[in-house]
Design a protein. Structure first.
Length: 78
């Protein structure tokens, strides 16, 4: 139905777009923390899902990467 999509906020420009039109991207963060010795290093890695509107995704190059990944996946199964 029209108008029933959940609105998400673009992480770049704060524009509100429907979730079906937004480009989702998984951002990965990692950092390390030194403990008592220099041999003791604790590294943490986590990711979060961010949404971009079409114009911001094109500007950042995310939209083209997703398109290339989809094309590569389609050729893999041939």
């Amino acid at each position: 139905m029209r108008g029933s999509d959940t609105l998400v906020t673009c992480d770049q420009c704060s524009r509100r777009v429907p979730r079906t039109k937004a480009v989702d991207f998984e951002k990965r963060f990692s950092y390390g923390t030194e403990l008592h010795n220099e041999n003791d290093v604790k590294s943490m890695m986590f990711s979060r899902k961010v949404y971009y509107c079409i114009s911001c995704a094109k500007h950042r190059g995310i939209f083209e990467k997703k398109k290339q990944q989809a094309e590569r996946a389609a050729h893999r199964f041939d």
